[in-house]
Design a protein around this ligand. Sequence first.
Ligand SMILES: *Cc1c(COP(=O)(O)O)cnc(C)c1O
Length: 360
Amino acid sequence: MIPVTKPFLPPVEEYQSYIKDIWERQWLTNNGPIVNDLELKLKQYLGVNHLLYLSNGTIALQIAIKALGLEGEIITTPFSYVATTSSIVWEGCMPVFVDIDPETLNLDPTKIEAAITERTSAILATHVYGNPCDIDAIQAIADKYGLKVIYDAAHCFGTKYKGRSIFDYGDISTTSFHATKLFHTIEGGAVFTNNPDLLKKMAYMRNFGHSGPEAFAEIGINGKNSEFHAAMGLVNLNHITAILDRRKELSANYDQYMRHVNGFRPRIQEGTMYNFAYYPFVFESAELMQECYKRLAANNIFCRRYFYPSLAELPYVTKTSPLPVCEDIVQRVLCFPLYHSLKPEDVHLIARLVLRYQNY
Ligand SMILES: *Cc1c(COP(=O)(O)O)cnc(C)c1O
């Protein structure tokens, strides 16, 4: 069986060496030494000034929205994982969906201004598949209208834009270290900001608002993560170069064949050092996508419809404008299997099957 993804697992001894230490210290969670060490090593690796390690990427989004004090409407993409939208609604704001760019599949900046009202407080955009949004255009609009910008960078570990970590952009960037992501800590996530006040606020927020054992500076939630999760992060970080290299190599293997399949690959934003987090392909037609999906599944090869359906179809949101590009893409896109232990032979087999199926 070839699933769409498998979590990276390091040699078990590497993880066990940390577990022994945890047993000796008997410090399991609440900002322990391994969590601190992971935060430090991540900052060094990514070249960012600040980050807060959190329990997952969804709480990261919720803390970001809360810390910025957002209200009213938030302009967002209908083409992302459900957590991007659900976090907006969970925080009492209204998602206003703007259509995506037909080539990059990210929020289309040329359509944002028409969606801005006096109730708009922010733009929350996802760098889909690890491919940066048109950051410069989005920031220009945000500056013009005094809006905050949050990037859901859950797919982006290792991606750089204009020489800097992608996490360095926006008022706040969030990410996920869930087991299915390129770099993971089993469950986990982070927020990134260069604003020291925001950073402090979010640090309180992740720990119930505690500013001392008996003092509370902010409304908070439990967004902390544990020593066990952080240990997985430290071990996996030692393998990150191999993980990124393998993804790139396997993607190139797919490309050799998929070039000949009717459809296209999302265009990577100019100025990007891409992380090859996923292997999405947009088929020429919904029928061809369905046919390939079904026939591969019959061969025990499982793709995923990332992302389907459009988030504007969720039962708890309202679609306020037509989203023709997104609605077309969600009917035609598939993500192909891509993970560290996948073999080039597997990729060749999968891609050759697709080539055959397109002439069904
Ligand atoms: C995975 C993901 C999330 C949620 O992260 P969790 O760590 O699973 O909570 C949010 N947004 C996007 C785009 C994701 O892919």
